[in-house]
Design a protein around this ligand. Structure first.
Ligand SMILES: [Zn+2]
Length: 658
């Protein structure tokens, strides 16, 4: 059986994990879960980096023994990782005896090889980076990462002969072209190697918080040299030889792009010096920015991953980070964008699809679907293509493309429902077999999409599989076997509550078409006051609500005549980027209205949708067209409008919405 050993960087515990830290753990977790889904024996190591002067200072500030402080931080980190469904197999702390033994053994071996020597070091030292900085790398005298002035330090140090390993490392890169991904990082390191390496200090004098150097116990091992060794101490180096031989070399180190030099130059050189094989591959992911700025505890631009997971759930957060950020590139997180993607990808799309399939199976077949009588249709080949694309993408860590492949199948399932119209088939007794086949096939497509999404959204995808009639334990599912189209066997579809209700918080119901305040083509929807024409009585005289907003009475609300309508025709308004002209059916009459939704919807996709309309609005002219009423939509700040659309079973046209 093949095996896969992967690690993430270990984290300093001088502050809680932020969303950027969580991004690394989430993406590594997606890889670990994917490998397990492929049936590969996987070992996933994470941990905390505790021998840092920053950690020591933080403990002292809080009046705690460093180890007691680290114990407390471990609990906090574990709480975050549990909430985000991170499935590590082992969690290492650099204060553990197994790690101390491994560091001591590595230092001993490197010294025995003649690769350690004593000298003096002086230079600029950034305490936040815990690294010496070269003069040329400073920006106006400051650390370029932390924008603060480094300290000038001179002390007796032990040096590692890194310079000796330059040619060996260059050869290693040539012989293993995939050693460092993505390619842009590889080129940076190759340039560094070609320029020649300098020896590096691996000890700090006069400190006590750290692991003593075996040949000079008055010095402790430099925190970076110490930390890198966790990858081998975590699998038994200098403690459990059989375990070490089983898992080392690591298949993958997942790290941030800013620490590739440590992982692709220093670390393999240390290992080669100590007679240990280098890791097989390093992946340097990009940074998650927050609203366009680097997320950094030092800069104070951090997002709490617990807050993000609490707001919409850990699975939506995982999907956002995986699907929206090409893996290896930098990406951006903002609350607005997160909420927008939640509504688009989950509430409107996948969640709505699962609800519709379950509702139709329940309504037409009481949830029991017999095996289809006819041969599998086009959806089966779309599913096979999606699964193959998914696998190819995931194997090369293009996680965003893996997510996109799964979503292609989701889209195809939605289109399949629209094209086959199960509700129409249900009206004709002669179509009973066809209806069963349609429902069975769409449930099968959703089941396979759920399987592909399992590494990305473990909780939610498991629930989707269960609702689509999967009876095997989720952990026992395997990609090879279970992504194949199943055409036999009856299945029970489970109808349950909506997985991702549409988000109204932060979004607000507002007009997307004209009324007494017609929206011009240039006017931005977000800056339009909410539903001004629809709530004319929200006068300043109204008593303040407990929340501080103005309240209207039920009678005032009932003045607004909201009715169910179906869109019969839709077309773009010439020379307008935003406006779509529609004909809607209110049951008793047809009306023309204009809405500013062209940036969010294709006209063809609107036809047939059942929507809510303000029916008693004064007509308004937009680009020369008279609009008689307006369609309700959510218009989040900075986002595109999303129509309020009714789901199956559809209400009669003209029904009052209240
Ligand atoms: Zn710094």
């Amino acid at each position: 059986m093949s095996r896969f050993y992967l690690t993430t960087a270990i984290d300093y515990v001088n502050s809680r994990p932020h969303l950027g830290t969580a991004y690394e753990k989430i993406t590594a977790d997606v890889i670990a879960r994917y490998k397990r889904l492929c049936g590969i024996d996987t070992h996933f190591l994470m941990g905390n980096d505790e021998h840092s002067q920053n950690v020591y200072r933080r403990a002292v500030e809080q009046g705690l023994e460093p180890l007691a402080y680290c114990d407390r931080m471990e609990a906090e980190f574990r709480e975050v990782w549990a909430k985000l469904e991170i499935s590590f197999d082992d969690f290492i702390r650099t204060t553990q005896p197994r790690h101390r033994a491994a560091v001591t053994e590595m230092a001993r071996r490197i010294a025995a090889r003649g690769d350690l020597y004593e000298g003096y070091y002086e230079g600029w030292y950034c305490i936040s980076c815990e690294a010496f900085k070269q003069e040329k790398d400073l920006v106006e005298g400051n650390c370029p990462v932390h924008l603060r002035k480094p300290e000038w330090i001179r002390e007796k140090n032990h040096f590692f002969r890194l310079s000796k390993y330059g040619p060996t490392l260059l050869r290693h890169f040539q012989e293993h072209p995939g050693f460092l991904e993505p390619e842009v990082r590889r080129n940076e390191i190759l340039r560094l190697l070609e320029g020649g390496l300098e020896d590096i200090s691996i000890s700090r004098a006069g400190q006590h918080w750290g692991i003593p150097l075996p040949n000079d116990p008055a010095s402790v091992v430099y925190v970076w040299f110490d930390a890198l060794i966790n990858y081998i101490s975590g699998v038994g180096f200098a403690g459990d030889q059989a375990r070490f031989e089983r898992w080392w070399p690591a298949d993958l180190h997942v790290i941030g792009k800013d620490i590739t030099r440590f992982h692709c130059v220093v670390w393999p050189a240390m290992l080669i010096s100590a007679g240990v094989e280098p890791p097989r591959q390093v992946f340097g992911h990009g940074w998650v920015h927050f609203g366009g700025r680097k997320m950094s505890k030092t800069l104070g631009t951090v997002v709490d991953p617990l807050e993000a997971a609490d707001r919409l759930g850990p699975d939506p957060l995982r999907l956002y980070l995986v699907k929206e950020i090409p893996y290896g590139n930098d990406g951006d997180f903002s609350w607005e964008r997160f909420e927008e993607r939640y509504n688009v990808d989950l509430a409107n799309n996948l969640g709505n699809l699962v609800s519709r399939v379950a509702a139709m199976a329940d309504r037409y077949r009481r949830g029991e679907l017999a095996p289809p009588a006819g041969p599998a249709g086009r959806l089966a080949s779309v599913a096979a293509e999606a699964a193959a694309d998914y696998r190819k993408s995931m194997d090369r860590f293009a996680l965003h493309e893996g997510a996109a492949a799964a979503y292609r199948l989701v889209d195809a399932a939605n289109e399949f429902i629209a094209a086959t119209e199960p509700w129409a088939l249900a009206r004709e007794a002669s179509q009973a077999d066809r209806l069963n086949q349609v429902l069975y096939e769409v449930s099968e497509a959703v089941r396979i999409a759920g399987l592909l999404l399992l590494p990305i959204m473990p909780g939610a995808a498991g629930e989707i599989l269960r609702r689509m009639g999967e009876t095997q334990p989720i952990e026992s599912l395997r990609l090879d076997r279970d992504a194949a189209w199943r055409a036999g066997g009856a299945r029970t579809i489970v109808k349950a509550e909506q997985m991702w209700p549409r988000l109204e918080e932060g979004a607000r119901a507002t007009t997307t078409s004209g009324g007494t305040r017609p929206m011009t083509d240039e006017q931005k929807t977000p800056s339009t006051p909410p539903a001004a024409p629809a709530a004319p009585a929200a006068a300043p005289a109204a008593a303040p609500a407990p929340s501080g907003g103005d309240c209207i009475s039920i009678d005032e609300f009932m003045k607004v005549e909201l009715r169910v309508a179906r869109i019969l025709e839709a077309e773009r308004v010439p020379n307008s980027k935003k406006l779509i002209k529609m004909t809607v059916d209110l049951g008793t009459e047809q009306r023309t209205l204009v809405a500013g939704i062209a940036e969010a919807y294709e006209p063809a996709a609107l036809v047939g949708k059942t929507v809510a309309v303000v029916a008693n609005l004064k007509p308004a002219k937009l680009m020369g067209i008279e609009s008689n009423g307006m369609i309700l939509a959510a218009s989040p700040d900075g986002g595109k409008p999303t129509l309020v659309i009714f789901d199956e079973p559809l209400p009669p046209l003209g029904s009052r919405v209240r």
